[in-house]
Design a protein around this ligand. Structure first.
Ligand SMILES: [Fe+2]
Length: 306
């Protein structure tokens, strides 16, 4: 069992690094913290909310826009050597990153592998934190990078990878799709059925619903395409807003996500939600992005409402 502590970062390729910087800072509201060669690093964590500040939570690098990687760190860094063996024994190819690549990830050690769908993952040991507070580039109210939506060619199979080989736990199911927690937040990974691997959306939490609605009007005024919402996810109880970023990556702001605290772990039971639109958004907002539409249409029709 690979005991994960948290999701750490997403790394995305882009052909337009300058455009990605512009969008990440001026629209999403992240802090540009470093530029090294053909990579740029962004920070998002507010120490008062998370209790710490990850060195960075998003990287754009010059490359293929379909090249997505998700980084996770370990509960105990001493497990690092066992991670490779656990993945190897499970039949997954692994690669120990060299010193330069570790430096680029700002971690002492990195093991690279893939989930069964082919999503690129990195398990990092002793990733860097920073003592300097986040200074966001616009007042979007972001408190931290919180979760990703992840494409899966077989959600039932991938649930086993994340919960049996890794330590993620199912918080709820939406049809066959599991929403998986690693820490206390309802989900750090939301698995959605889609034929190609890739990050489906990237979530940042904001302080409150005022931030979310202010951003809704901010985005509309600037012509940023809204992908979904405003709405509310009934599973996590979060109020949400999704919008398109560079290379058609979908970003999400949300607030009010449910937490499952350590004292509730023993008694918490994941719930099965009906495969219907109101399980995706209780207000009835319809997503305007293909992978989420695919997830909804993969759901079987529910009983006809009377
Ligand atoms: Fe989300």
């Amino acid at each position: 069992m690979i005991n994960l502590q948290d999701i750490r970062y997403v790394r995305l390729g882009t052909r337009d690094l300058e455009g990605a910087i512009e969008f990440a800072t001026k629209v999403i509201g992240l802090q540009l913290v470093a530029r090294e060669g053909k990579s740029v690093y962004f920070r998002s964590d507010k120490v008062a909310v998370r209790g710490d500040t990850r060195d960075h939570t998003l990287v754009y690098f010059e490359g293929d826009p379909t090249d997505h990687t998700i980084g996770f760190d370990l509960k105990d860094h001493r497990d690092f050597d066992a991670v490779g063996a656990a993945l190897d024994n499970g039949g997954y190819r692994t690669r120990l990153a060299g010193r330069d690549e570790c430096d680029q990830r700002r971690a002492k050690g990195v093991i690279q592998s893939q989930d069964p769908t082919g999503n690129k993952i990195e398990i990092v040991a002793r990733p860097y934190h920073t003592g300097v507070r986040t200074f966001p580039s616009r007042d979007a109210g972001i408190t931290h990078f919180s979760h990703i939506g992840l494409n899966s060619s077989d959600p039932v199979r991938d649930e086993k990878f994340w919960t049996q080989l890794c330590s993620a736990r199912v918080s709820d199911w939406l049809g066959d799709a599991p929403l998986l927690r690693i820490g206390t937040a309802h989900h750090s990974i939301a698995i959605f059925p889609y034929p190609q691997p890739g990050v489906q959306h990237i979530n940042h939490q904001v302080e409150d619903v005022d931030d979310l609605m202010k951003s809704y009007y901010f985005l509309k005024e600037r012509g940023v395409k809204i992908a979904w919402g405003p709405g509310r996810h009934p599973l996590s109880t979060a109020v949400m807003l999704y919008f398109y970023g560079p290379d058609r990556m979908v970003y999400e702001y949300s607030c009010g996500v449910k937490h499952i605290m350590p004292e509730d772990e023993a008694t918490y039971r994941p719930r099965q939600f009906a495969p219907e639109l109101t399980s995706f958004c209780m207000w009835g907002a319809v997503p305007d992005f293909p992978s989420m539409q695919a997830a909804i249409s993969a759901s079987k029709p529910a009983l006809k409402a009377v």
